[in-house]
Design a protein. Structure first.
Length: 86
């Protein structure tokens, strides 16, 4: 656990605590329901290697108006991965 996450738990800051529980950063277009490619993940603040969880033919290779970086939980990431890859 990072120091900033430990500090927010000790200080009792509920907002920061909830953000600390959302441990994955994923660049995704929520309208198209597709993730950005590895380069878009890197450029827009996604976690390193997160694009590898998705089939490469599902990646968006150019930014879109609805593309944004989201903080999501492990469970949300797994659900989205299953949705996209199937």
């Amino acid at each position: 656990m990072e120091i900033s996450r430990v500090n927010c738990v000790v200080s009792g800051d509920v907002r920061e605590l909830s953000e600390a529980l959302l441990t994955n950063r994923l660049v995704v277009d929520v309208e198209l329901r597709r993730p950005g490619c590895a380069l878009l993940q890197a450029a827009m603040g996604g976690d390193p290697g997160i694009a590898n969880l998705f089939d490469a033919d599902k990646w968006l290779i150019a930014p879109t108006p609805a593309m944004k970086c989201y903080s999501i939980s492990d469970e949300q990431l797994e659900q989205f991965r299953e949705e996209v890859n199937h």
